[in-house]
Design a protein around this ligand. Structure first.
Ligand code: ADP
Ligand code: NI
Length: 217
């Protein structure tokens, strides 16, 4: 298995060359490490967790005209080419199809533990200091406004609305990032999310104070 993991890291690094900085190899590496960390407290199939973490953003629909079939196709072809067991391959592809926040309304009712772990790791990378940095990077990439006091957050967006990635970066905190701590699947994930969530609240509080020109203490 170690050899397959090595081939997978090389494939992912190569494929994600030039990716937006919040969805590049370093995002994958953080999610991979966090998945392994969470998996240590759970009874799960570790190779499935590792391969799914490594391949989960191999062709993010946001960067491929919304195409949701491309990622499972690329990942499936790759896993065939390295001769992964068909059961492992299917389990990994299932995770890739179901991990995303925008698909939460049609999420499986009893997700396998391996999906729960990788989803928690991916969500943890969306919050805290790294989450803040990724969100402003993506907002800049889309040329969105950082903040606009007259635009309220849209709290019940459809999948199609969410996928447009419009709106301000500050509103993205209220539309997604602050919701994640209550969506965590695993105990370890919940613990880490609680701390990262507090950090985002402090950040937002300070951001809005400065925006509004409130004097420093
Ligand atoms: P997933 O990877 O679960 O499908 P998203 O596509 O919602 O999740 O987003 C992944 C990351 O990309 C977010 O955590 C955030 O950092 C960034 N992002 C996505 N949409 C926006 C947006 N509209 N504004 C700012 N950042 C965004
Ligand atoms: Ni991701």
């Amino acid at each position: 298995m170690e050899q397959i993991i090595n081939k997978t890291t090389a494939f992912v690094k190569e494929t994600l060359k030039g990716a937006e900085a919040g969805h590049d190899w370093f995002h994958i590496e953080r999610v991979w490490k966090m998945s392994v960390h969470i998996a240590a407290s759970e009874n799960c199939n570790l190779p499935v967790v590792e391969l799914a973490a490594l391949l989960h953003d191999i062709a993010d629909p946001k960067f491929h005209q919304g195409d949701e079939l491309l990622a499972p196709q690329i990942a499936g072809d790759f896993l065939n080419s390295v001769g992964v067991d068909p059961d492992v391959r299917e389990a990994v592809l299932y995770i890739i199809r179901n991990i995303s926040f925008k698909n939460k309304s049609d999420a499986p009712e009893h997700p396998p533990i391996e999906l729960q772990i990788v989803q928690d790791a991916d969500r943890l990378d969306a919050i805290g200091a790294i989450g803040i940095a990724r969100t402003f990077n993506f907002g800049g990439f889309k040329n969105n406004l950082m903040h606009d006091p007259v635009q309220p957050p849209r709290l019940h967006m459809s999948k199609a609305e969410y996928k447009k990635s419009e709106g301000t970066t500050i509103n993205h905190f209220y539309e997604k990032l602050l919701l994640l701590k209550d969506m965590m699947n695993t105990r370890k994930g919940r613990e880490i999310a609680a701390e990262r969530h507090r950090f985002m609240e402090i950040f937002l509080h300070q951001f809005l104070r400065e925006w509004n020109g409130e004097p420093d203490r």
